[in-house]
Structures are given as C-alpha cells and as structure tokens.
Design a protein around this ligand. Structure first.
Ligand code: PBG
Ligand code: ZN
Length: 320
C-alpha cells in the first residue's frame, strides 16, 4: 500500500480524513459587562468583545445564524467584595445575561462559568481564611450557591472553574435537592496554573491582587495528577470534564481520552487565541493555522472545544 496513491487525489484525501471539525463541536465564550449600549473590543483579544446585556441580541442572532450550539458566559461585575456577593445575586450580571439569552433564543445552550475570581476584590477563585489562603471547604458552599443561582436563572449547564476539592459533589447535591437533577455539570477537571490565561485575566479583570493560583490550579510538570483529578470529578458525577489549556496540553487530552471513556472538552484559552491572531495580523502565519490548531485538539481526543475562534471557524466550515 502506497500512501501516495491516496494522497495524490484531493477527493480521496478528503474521503479518508480521520478527523473533522463540525460547527457543533464548538462552544463560544461571551464576556458580559454592566451598563448599556456597550460592545467594545477587548484590547488583548482581537475580535472578541465585552457586551452589555442589552447588546446581546445581535450577537446571539449571529451565533444562531452560524449554527453555533452553545455559549459559555463570563461576567464582569461593577462591584467586587471579599465574598464575591455579586456572583450569586439573583440580579447579578450573569443571572440577567442568562435570562436575556434564554428570552432571545431557545436554540443556544447556555453554559455558565462558576467561579469567584471575577467577583472577589482580591481576585482569587474562592473565599480567603484569616491567613489569606483560599479556604477550600468554605468556598465550595459558595460555589454551590452560585451554581444554583445560575440554574434558577435558566442555565443549561454549569461549569465550575475554581479547582477546589469536592466542589462537583457539593454542586451536584445542591442542584439535586433543589429540583435540578437533570442539569449537567461540566467540570474544569484538569486546569493548569498556566501563563496562557493572561489576556483573559485582562478581559475579565480577574488577576489575583496578590500571590498566584498555584495552590489550587495544577502544576504543568504533571500528567498523572491530571488523570487523578479527572477520575475524582467523574466519581463525583461530573457529566463532562474540561482540560485547559489545550494546545500545550494535547498529551493530557490524548491520555484522558485513552484512560476514560467520557466526553472530553478542551479549552483553547485566551493566550493561545491571541498568539495566533497576532501572528496572522503580523503576516507571520496564514490564517489556515487556526483550522490546523483546532484539528490538532480534535485529533488528540477532544469531543468539544471551547474557543474564541468558534465564529471564524464556523464561517470557514460553511465555505466563506
Ligand atoms: C476563572 C477562569 C479563567 C479562565 C477561565 N475561567 C482564568 C484563570 O483561572 O485565571 C481562563 C480562560 C482563558 O484564558 O481563555 N477561573
Ligand atoms: Zn477563578
């Protein structure tokens, strides 16, 4: 068998492709801010915007038109405090955004990021103890409260991104006992303490005011540890597991795919996005590099991809 005989033909190459991208593989992140009439480009992330709730309609219509099936929401509140109280406020930014999107469209799944870092004045992903360290067990009660408030506002899936221990179990209990037994949890199971989150932290105003996230996010020297984290989240009844970032972590995606028979979601994060966008802008790379990168994530074993490239890839897939 000579591979060349197949490679010589464009049609045969297409017919024998092992990996494909489909628009339904993608989840598109949306950043929602307070105020009205706002659609502002995020300086660190070309072509990605901050939207006020009243400006979401046009964007949602465009996503519907592109056949994108799901969004993941991040909120940027005006008010921040020690306990991140706007995160679980019934009239908080995310709760209003969920209700708005649900009123605009029934075709788009609304996934919500459940974390505290955008809502706390210290920028950490949880509640601090007296010594200034994140207190795991107090934090998971708050996370469950946030998840429940998202469920009540109409979220279809909640996605805890904090990396506290036992938060999936806690959130599951609270959702179940409040009548949300069928609401899936998409857990950020293997989330590394990565330098690739830089542009996001600027976009979400969520950089920690002191210290770093290394006590709760994973050390990028480790791969076995990721398997243990994923196993625990699955045991706690996570419906989807997220691996994040994606491109520098394809080995983790591939290993998780081989180890667990489950739906793997890869988060193609802000730094990965902005690097590629800027390289294209500078004329250093041509824009097909976007497709190639996303294919690599799929080939590694991801079923779904959270990506800021979702809209441009949807356009490419329909031949624009
Ligand atoms: C919040 C959160 C972060 C991202 C998603 N949720 C940032 C962080 O952990 O500091 C990063 C996403 C991206 O870079 O695109 N916990
Ligand atoms: Zn966080």
């Amino acid at each position: 068998m000579r591979m060349r005989r197949i490679r010589n033909s464009k049609i045969l190459r297409e017919m024998t492709e092992e990996t494909n991208l489909s628009v339904s593989d993608f989840i598109y992140p949306l950043f929602v801010v307070e105020g009205s009439g706002i659609k502002e480009e995020i300086p660190s992330m070309p072509d990605v915007y901050h939207f006020s709730v009243d400006m979401l309609e046009k964007e949602i219509r465009e996503l519907e038109d592109l056949k994108i099936r799901a969004v993941i929401l991040f909120g940027i509140p005006d008010h921040k405090d020690e306990k991140g109280s706007c995160a679980y406020d019934e009239n908080g930014i995310i709760q209003r955004a969920i209700r708005k999107i649900k009123a605009i469209s029934t075709d788009i799944l609304v996934i919500t990021d459940v974390c505290m870092c955008e809502y706390t004045n210290h920028g950490h992903c949880g509640i601090l103890d007296k010594s200034g360290k994140v207190d795991n067990d107090t934090t998971i009660d708050y996370l469950a409260k946030i998840a429940l408030s998202h469920a009540k506002a109409g979220a279809d899936i909640v996605a805890p991104s904090d990396m506290m221990d036992f938060r999936v179990k806690k959130i599951r209990q609270v959702l179940d006992s409040n009548g949300y037994k069928d609401l899936p949890i998409m857990a950020y199971s293997a989330k590394y303490a990565s330098n690739y989150y830089g542009p996001f932290r600027e976009a979400a105003d969520s950089a920690p005011a002191f210290g770093d996230r290394k006590s709760y996010q994973m050390d990028y020297h480790n791969s076995d540890e990721a398997m243990r984290e994923i196993k625990l989240d699955l045991e706690e009844d996570a419906d989807f597991i997220i691996i994040k970032p994606a491109l520098a972590y394809l080995d983790i995606i591939s290993r998780a795919k081989e180890t667990f028979n489950t739906n793997i979601v890869a988060y193609n994060v802000s730094g990965e996005y902005s690097m590629i966008k800027n390289a294209i802008k500078c004329g250093l790379l041509n824009e097909d590099v976007i497709y190639e990168s996303l294919i690599s994530i799929k080939r590694a074993g991801a079923k779904l991809i959270i990506s800021y490239h979702a809209k441009e890839i949807a356009k490419k897939l329909r031949g624009e």
